[in-house]
Design a protein around this ligand. Structure first.
Ligand SMILES: Nc1ncnc2c1ncn2[C@@H]1O[C@H](COP(=O)(O)OP(=O)(O)OP(=O)(O)O)[C@@H](O)[C@H]1O
Ligand SMILES: [Mg+2]
Length: 1137
């Protein structure tokens, strides 16, 4: 069974101060102490959670605790920060109200821890899933990164937030986190260069030096020893309970989870290292000729290393430490820096570098954690800002921090004290006003636009002329002197003139949380937040991408001569925005209280706690809560929420909501003192009433849920049953059908068997009968067959007998008839022979008689005459026939009709000859004289060369033209023509073969009736003239060449030079004509023509043998002639294909 707990069960002291009795400051503190001593660090004032810092780990943040508080009513369990977180989360998720959790308290009171607890609780109870878990993890892991860079050890807190942080966690409609947005507020950057005694610089410096590997440190050019760095205070470098090395690993891991790239992490570490290096740069004065001092860097090694880290040119930075350029409109003035100014520039650079790096980190984290969807989301803001601080030495930063806390207190007062009381009045509830201190007056002192401290500081910073912290203080003294919360030695207010606790260079403000003495020194500077432009330009020139990004104003292309807004102005604006933002959300308060100043557990310093209780206005808070009402709600939502508790209002109330609520309250019998009806809201005084309402509602919801469940289950079961029933019918129908089918099949098969047996039996019986019948029929048939056989055989035997008898009769008859016929035939033949012999004898006798009578009438030559007549007729027919069958007239035709009778053989052959001669004669008679001469030549050529020389067949078809050069007509040969006295029979160009080498030379060859002339082809000059009688013979080869040798008679006049060896394509014509001419010439004998492949030629005195050989046909080259030796000229003639 569930154990029901309640706020009031097992309570140590009073869990809700509203129930404290009697209520006094002492009892209040006592109750806190009592609870604190029993490890009950959380106490409520209504819905406000008071959190005491236990300074030790308590076992109240376990996952079991988370489960315990999950979805439980706020007042149901003992006070816990988880209850508040759960309430906020549920009202965000279920009622769609944006929430903000405001955590206030002075430095070290536990705000940051509380904010982390809230975030981790929300992370634990909201939805799960891969994507959601990643978002949660990133949101949670942003804390270690920001704490490393933004937290530091102070005298009040070892992990003091030195920046303000407001984080919006965004949820979807289901309450799953989607992402977040972090806003950061003014980092206390002066800490980078200087830390008060007992305090440290930001954690990251110590973490880097302690936790980084040797290799990393080497790369960053750092030394593990803190004492090597001017910017790190030594007296409290190591903090008890703080493991810097382990934290460094945590931070690196967190950066990775948040989504930093490895090179981004490296860049960040390089910047941190560069800040440390920067702190080590020292300056020395160097006198100039004009008597002023100029700063010079003492040891450039650190500068060099820093420049290497950031990729800055050393000379650029070195110059920025020595000179300052002031730009005004178009003018640029460069002045040297003295040592103090150089240090100022260095520190300003370090502060700016670090604070900009911090802002970049926040932006980068925001990039990673931002919600990926644009869908509308609900927001839970968690504000963890630096707590109220009072140090020994308070400066601009504390002023800003405390101003911020004033504003938060203001918002608390506004919403819990003033707003609440005003609401009672508005709603017409009876109310006695409760006094409380409203810190609006202090806020006004600081932020008033005209005469607020920040406005005056800005005015002073912007004022031309000499501006110092003193002038600023003077201004404050004159303007704020009359303010109730402002104290100054120099103000006209004589009250403080003798107050030695108030130095002359300070002013004091009475904050809501106590008086704080501020030293005016540094206010102007810090507010100006001046970084020389030379510095930012030097940084912009860096090759390091992150550095470049951090100093965009260093871009020479974007020089902005306008002053940047002051730090105070910026802070005021951002706090204003924050306050407006917070006012739009439903506030949830956690008020953190520090039990002691020693950061020790178990120590409860009454005075310290009392002071905090006072300034936090907790007593007033309790009083307002006690006099007022714990809970209020408009009638509609109230009725909507609780209407199920009354039968009359459930499920629908028809009428005004207020009346519904009244009916409801009456029905529930809530005592009239416990609530009041306002104009639009119901006010419930006691949380217990609300709790009981909620409890009843919860119970009722459970009952309703049970009812719904019951009806639903009934409906489900009934539906299920009906379905089962329907199914059962279907199943049984199917089964029955199946069973009947089976049975029927069985009967059917049994019937079939019986039937088949019966039928079989019947059939067999019938078969037997049929078989018997058949056998009987067969027996009958067989018997009949046998009987018929016997009958047939007997008949056959009888018939055979009959036939045999008949045949014997026939044979006998035939023999008898034959014998009779033969006998008759012999008689007839005998008679015929006798008759013929008689007729022959008669004819012979008659013939002899006739011939004897007519012999005298026949002539002896009648046969010859008939013969001659017959022959004549045949001849006549033969000749007449020839007329029609005679062959054509062509002499070359060889046809002749066939001979008709053998005896005409000789005549037929003779006639053929005669006919051929006759038609040849007829043919010849057609020729002219010239044609006859031509044919004569051709005939002559045929006689000389046919079948003797291979060249001959090709010449047959070529007509013999004779004068190829047209020598008589051509004027070119006129002279030559005239030199030849006889008629030219042939004129052509021939090749005269050179006797020495066998090469040819063109010569005109003329043949006349008298002789042969050889003349030059070009000039026509006669080279040789040979009379025909001098020619002895002509030699040619048997082959297809045109070579011929004119052989001269020995001793003739022409024979002096020897024979001529010539060559011509028209050899046949030349030789033929030469032969004919020689024959016709009266005084000469026939020219001898020698056809042989080897002949001798007389050259001068030698006889040379001209030999013709068959050679291979060569391209484009015909006959070739070569002189082989003195006695041999070889002519190679290609074989004709
Ligand atoms: N709930 C807690 N349980 C255990 N220790 C706590 C708790 N709350 C605070 N502390 C301790 O107190 C220290 C200071 O708390 P925290 O840093 O939250 O103070 P703060 O209010 O944020 O101070 P500041 O304004 O300086 O940032 C923590 O470092 C932690 O040691
Ligand atoms: Mg903090």
């Amino acid at each position: 069974m569930e154990v029901k707990t309640s706020l009031l069960d097992n309570m140590i002291g009073v869990g809700d101060m509203v129930l404290l009795e009697p209520l006094s400051e002492d009892s209040f503190i006592e109750n806190l102490r009592n609870r604190f001593d029993h490890n009950e660090i959380y106490t409520y004032i209504g819905s406000v959670v008071i959190s005491m810092n236990p300074y030790r780990a308590l076992p109240i943040y376990t996952p079991e605790k988370v489960e315990e508080y999950r979805n439980r009513n706020f007042y149901e369990l003992s006070p816990h920060i988880y209850a508040l977180a759960d309430e906020a989360y549920r009202s965000l998720r279920d009622q769609d109200k944006d929430q903000c959790i405001l955590i206030t308290g002075e430095s070290g009171a536990g705000k940051t821890e509380a904010s982390k607890l809230v975030m981790s609780y929300v992370a634990a109870v909201c939805g799960k899933g891969q994507e959601v878990n990643k978002v949660k993890e990133q949101l949670l892991q942003s804390n270690p990164v920001l704490e490393a860079f933004g937290n530091a050890k102070t005298v009040r807190n070892d992990n003091s937030s030195r920046f303000g942080k407001y984080m919006d966690i965004e949820f979807d409609f289901k309450g799953d986190p989607l992402g977040g947005v972090i806003s950061n507020y003014l980092l206390e950057k002066s800490r980078v260069v200087k830390q008060p005694r007992g305090e440290r610089n930001f954690h990251v410096f110590y973490q880097l030096l302690s936790g980084a590997s040797d290799d990393t440190l080497k790369k960053l050019k750092l030394d593990r020893d803190f004492s090597k760095y001017n910017y790190l205070s030594l007296d409290s470098a190591a903090v008890i309970g703080l493991d810097d090395a382990a934290n460094f690993r945590t931070v690196k891991n967190a950066m990775q989870i948040v989504g930093f790239m490895e090179d981004e992490v490296q860049s960040v570490l390089q910047l941190v290292a560069a800040v440390l290096k920067l702190g080590n740069i020292e300056f020395k004065p160097e006198s100039r000729s004009n008597g002023t001092d100029e700063s010079r860097i003492k040891d450039k090694n650190d500068l060099k290393e820093m420049c290497e880290l950031l990729g800055i040119e050393q000379s650029v930075l070195e110059r920025a430490f020595s000179y300052r350029t002031v730009e005004a409109k178009q003018e640029k003035v460069s002045t040297t820096l003295n040592v103090a100014q150089a240090y100022y520039a260095r520190d300003a650079l370090a502060k700016n570098l670090y604070s900009r790096l911090f802002s970049w980190l926040v932006t980068r984290i925001n990039e990673s954690i931002k919600a990926q969807t644009k869908a509308r989301h609900k927001v839970m803001g968690v504000l963890d800002i630096y707590g109220f601080e009072i140090f020994e030495d308070n400066s601009f930063e504390q002023f800003i921090i405390n101003y911020c806390n004033e504003k938060l207190q203001q918002i608390f007062i506004e919403l819990t004290l003033r707003e609440e009381q005003e609401e009672y009045v508005r709603e017409g509830i009876e109310w006695t006003n409760i006094e409380y201190f409203n810190n609006a007056i202090i806020c006004d002192l600081i932020e008033n636009h005209q005469n607020g401290i920040l406005a005056m500081l800005d005015e002073e910073c912007l004022r031309p002329g000499t501006v110092t912290d003193e002038t600023f203080l003077d201004k404050l003294n004159t303007i704020c002197a009359g303010h109730k919360h402002f104290e100054s030695r120099q103000s006209k207010n004589s009250k403080f003139l003798t107050d030695h606790s108030l130095p002359h260079n300070c002013f004091r403000i009475q904050h809501y949380a106590g008086k704080v003495l501020y030293r005016a020194e540094g206010f102007v500077d810090k507010n100006n937040d001046l970084l020389y432009r030379d510095m930012s330009q030097a940084m912009y020139k860096a090759k390091h991408s992150l550095i470049k990004q951090l100093f965009p104003e260093g871009n020479p292309a974007k020089v902005n001569l306008k002053r940047p807004p002051t730090a105070g102005f910026q802070f005021k604006a951002s706090v204003g925005t924050l306050m407006r933002n917070l006012q739009t959300k439903n506030p949830n308060y956690i008020r953190c209280i520090k039990p002691n100043d020693k950061k020790a557990s178990h120590i409860f310093t009454d005075t310290l706690v009392c002071h905090q209780v006072r300034y936090l206005g907790l007593m007033e808070n309790v009083r307002v809560r006690r006099a007022g009402y714990a809970f209020r709600q408009a009638y509609e939502p109230c009725l909507e929420r609780y209407k199920m508790l009354c039968k009359r209002t459930w499920p629908h109330w028809k009428g005004p909501a207020r009346e519904g609520v009244e009916v409801l309250m009456a029905d529930l019998q809530v005592p009239a003192d416990d609530f009041s009806y306002g104009r639009s809201k119901i006010f419930i005084r006691n949380p217990r009433t609300l709790f009981s309402l909620e409890e009843r509602r919860r119970q009722c919801l459970q009952d309703l849920a049970t009812l719904i469940q019951k009806i639903y289950r009934g409906h489900k079961c009934r539906s299920h049953f009906l379905l089962l029933k329907k199914s059962q019918i279907v199943v049984s129908a199917w089964y029955r059908r199946y069973a009947q089918e089976k049975k029927y099949q069985k009967i059917k098969s049994a019937t079939t068997v019986v039937q088949s047996y019966t039928r079989g039996w019947q059939a067999r019986k019938l078969l037997r009968e049929l078989k018997y019948q058949k056998r009987c029929e067969e027996a009958v048939t067989t018997i009949a067959a046998f009987w018929h056989g016997t009958q047939a055989r007997m008949e056959l035997r009888r018939l055979k007998q009959e036939a045999q008898n008949k045949h014997a009769v026939t044979v006998i008859w035939a023999f008898w008839q034959g014998t009779k016929a033969r006998r008759e035939l012999r008689q007839l033949k005998e008679e015929a022979r006798n008759k013929h012999a008689v007729s022959v004898i008669w004819a012979g006798w008659q013939g002899t008689k006739v011939r004897r009578d007519y012999r005298k009438f026949f002539r002896a030559n009648a046969g010859k005459k008939i013969y001659d007549f017959t022959i004549q007729r045949i001849m006549q027919k033969y000749f007449l026939g020839l007329k029609s069958t005679s062959p054509p007239m062509s002499p070359v035709d060889k046809s002749w009709p066939a001979r008709p009778y053998r005896f005409l053989d000789g005549v037929h052959a003779e006639l053929r000859k005669i006919f051929h001669h006759w038609r040849c004669k007829k043919y010849r008679s057609q020729f002219t004289e010239e044609k006859k001469a031509v044919y004569k030549e051709k005939l002559e050529a045929s006689e000389i060369f046919k079948d003797k020389k291979a060249l001959y067949p090709s010449s047959v078809s070529q007509p013999f033209k004779g004068d190829y050069l047209e020598i008589t007509k051509n004027p070119k040969y006129q002279k030559l023509n005239s030199s030849v006295d006889a008629k030219v029979l042939l004129a052509d160009v021939v090749n005269k073969i050179n006797r020495a080498n066998g090469k040819g030379t063109a010569r005109i060859f003329l043949l006349t009736k008298k002789g042969v002339v050889l003349a030059d082809q070009k000039t026509g000059q006669v080279k040789a003239s040979v009379p025909l009688p001098d020619l002895a013979s002509v030699s040619v080869s048997t082959q297809n060449d045109g070579f011929f040798a004119l052989k001269l008679k020995e001793g003739s006049a022409s024979a002096i030079k020897g024979d001529f060896l010539l060559s011509s394509e028209r050899l046949i014509e030349i030789i033929t004509k030469l032969h004919l001419t020689g024959a016709t010439a009266a005084d000469s004998e026939r020219l001898n023509i020698d056809i042989s492949d080897e002949f001798l030629v007389q050259f001068n005195h030698d006889k040379v043998c001209v030999k013709f050989i068959q050679g291979a046909a060569r391209n484009g080259n015909g006959v070739s002639c070569k002189r082989k030796n003195n006695r041999l000229l070889e002519v190679s003639v290609p074989t004709t294909a």
